[in-house]
Design a protein around this ligand. Structure first.
Ligand code: PLP
Ligand code: COI
Length: 340
C-alpha cells in the first residue's frame, strides 16, 4: 500500500522514507552493504567530510509508468559520473554494478513512497559518499561511507513550469581546471551565498559564466542550460567546467532523433543571449524549467517565449522526455531500468 501522502502537492523537499542503503569502506575494501532504517549518521568529529568537505553525490529519479512499472532513468550514467567524482576527490570508487544494485534495493524497499503515475511527482534518489574517518592534515580519509536515501518530490522550482527570472552572477561556480565537472559537495557549498543573494534580490537562479573570461555561459547552481535559436536549433554550452548533465545529454538525443531538430554543443557567449528565442534549465530535479527573463546587471533580456508559458520547442522537448520516462513514448534501448 502506498503511503498516505498528498502526492500532487509535493515540493522539492525531504519526506523521510522507510529504508536507506549503507556500505562502509575500510582496510581498502567495501563491505557487502545493507538496508537500514536509521536516518542518522554517526562519525568522528574530525571526519574528512566534516573538515575538508570530502564528499560527492548523485541525483536521479524513479517513476511509476503508465502501465504500472517502477523504472529508473539511465542510472548507469549516474554510476559512471560518481566514479569520475570519486577519482577527482581521491575517494575509492564505488563499483558500477554495486551502485546499480544499491539503487534498485533502496527503491524496492521504499516502493510505498514512489509517487503514483499521473501525480507529476517522482521518487528522488540520492546516492552519496563521504570520508568518514578522522583526518587533520590535509589528506584523503582512510575510511568512507556510501549511502543511498530516497524522498518523494514534486517540482524543483515553486510554481512548476512557470518561466523563471535569472540573473548573471558575479560569483564564479567553477575554475577552469577545478571541480565544476564533477558532483562534489564543495561546488554546492560555495554556491549557497550566491543563491541566497539571488533570491533576496528577487531572482530564481544564477547564470554562472566561465571564470577565466566571464564572457561565456556555463550553467546554474543545479542545472545545465539549453537554448533555442530563431531557426529552431537546440544549443547547449560546451565547457569542461560544467557538470555533464544526464538530462541535457538525453534532451540532445531527443531533439535530434525524436524531433528532427538540429543540435549544437558549443561555446555560448553572453553577447548572443539576445538572439535566442527560448531558454531552459535542465536536470534531474529541474526536468526542464523554462527561463523567461535573464538580467545582466540591470539590463533585461526578455526571451520571446515570454513569462507565461514554456517556449514551443522547450515544451516539445519536455513532453517527449516526460513521455519516455513515464512509458507513454517508446524509450531508446537501455534508458529505463525496470525495478518492478
Ligand atoms: N548541473 C548541476 C550543477 C547539477 O547539480 C545538476 C544536477 O544533477 C545538473 C547540472 C543536471 O544534471 P543531471 O541532468 O544529470 O541531473
Ligand atoms: C539534481 O538535479 O539531481 C541535482 O542534484 C540538483 C540539485 C538538487 C543539487
Amino acid at each position: 500500500m502506498k503511503k498516505d501522502i498528498d502526492w500532487s502537492n509535493l515540493g522539492f523537499g525531504i519526506v523521510d522514507t522507510d529504508y536507506r542503503y549503507v556500505s562502509m569502506y575500510k582496510d581498502g575494501k567495501w563491505d557487502d552493504g545493507k538496508l537500514v532504517t536509521d536516518n542518522t549518521v554517526t562519525i568522528h568529529e574530525s571526519a574528512g567530510v566534516l573538515q575538508y568537505a570530502q564528499t560527492c553525490f548523485e541525483g536521479m529519479k524513479a517513476y511509476e509508468t503508465v502501465d504500472g512499472r517502477i523504472v529508473c532513468f539511465r542510472p548507469d550514467l549516474n554510476a559512471e559520473r560518481m566514479i569520475d567524482s570519486a577519482k577527482r576527490l581521491e575517494m575509492p570508487i564505488f563499483p558500477k554494478e554495486k551502485f546499480l544494485q544499491a539503487v534498485m534495493d533502496t527503491v524496492k524497499a521504499n516502493m510505498n513512497s514512489v509517487p503514483p503515475y499521473g501525480t507529476g511527482a517522482s521518487l528522488y534518489i540520492r546516492p552519496y559518499m563521504f570520508g568518514s574517518s578522522a583526518v587533520i592534515g590535509v589528506k584523503p580519509a582512510q575510511e568512507y561511507m556510501f549511502r543511498v536515501f530516497t524522498t518523494p518530490v514534486g517540482p524543483y522550482f515553486k510554481g512548476g513550469v512557470k518561466p523563471l527570472t535569472i540573473r548573471i552572477s558575479d560569483f564564479d561556480r567553477a575554475a577552469p581546471n577545478g571541480t565544476g565537472h564533477i558532483k562534489a559537495g564543495l561546488n554546492y557549498a560555495m554556491s549557497l551565498h550566491a543563491i541566497v543573494d539571488a533570491h533576496n534580490q528577487g531572482f530564481d537562479e544564477n547564470m554562472y559564466l566561465d571564470a577565466a573570461t566571464r564572457t561565456k555561459v556555463e550553467e546554474t547552481g543545479g542545472a545545465n542550460f539549453i537554448f533555442v535559436t530563431k531557426d529552431n536549433t537546440v544549443v547547449t554550452p560546451k565547457s569542461s567546467s560544467i557538470l555533464p548533465s544526464i538530462t541535457r545529454r538525453s534532451l540532445l538525443y531527443v531533439a535530434e532523433h525524436y524531433l528532427n531538430l538540429k543540435v549544437e554543443e558549443r561555446e555560448v557567449y553572453v553577447s548572443e543571449l539576445e538572439s535566442f528565442k527560448e531558454c531552459g534549465l535542465c536536470g534531474t530535479a529541474a526536468v526542464i524549467s523554462p527561463v523567461g527573463r535573464i538580467v545582466d546587471h540591470g539590463k533585461e533580456i526578455n526571451l520571446p517565449s515570454g513569462m507565461n508559458e514554456m517556449g514551443e520547442i522547450t515544451k516539445k522537448l519536455y513532453d517527449t522526455l516526460r513521455g519516455i520516462q513515464m512509458g507513454t513514448i517508446p524509450a531508446p534501448e537501455g534508458w529505463l531500468v525496470e525495478i518492478k
